[in-house]
Design a protein around this ligand. Sequence first.
Ligand SMILES: [Zn+2]
Length: 152
Amino acid sequence: MFITPHTSVALWISTRFTDPMLAFIFGVISHFILDVIPHGDDTIGDHKTTKKDRFLYLMRIAVVDVALAIVLIYFFVLYGPPVNYWVLFWAVFGTWLPDIAWIAIEILQLTNLYWYVVYHSKLHNFFNWQYSPVYGVPFQIFFTLITVKFSF
Ligand SMILES: [Zn+2]
């Protein structure tokens, strides 16, 4: 799933918890739960023939995605309910960490941690139901909007 919907859950978590550590833990857990839900982005970049080209393509999308997530956090801080910023920070970090870890392992080629990459991608295929980003992207936008609504 994109970072933006994960971030929207972090916003929601920050309105529910006062302990930064708990916010972090639930952030991480929420990431894996969301990844299990079939979310229609597995085929993005499949038109790239090599693994490296596909990874670079996904990283370009990630830049836009992270920028959107930061804009979302910015508006939440400006117009959202009062939250503890440490709680917000750790909630966001918790929801981002599983993907940061995956990208870091790929870039740094930490071969002894590849089990994590396999585990992470297995989660995405838990229900073995893939559908087109044509539906997946609107679904993720819709999910983000609903979650943001419940965070304000
Ligand atoms: Zn993930």
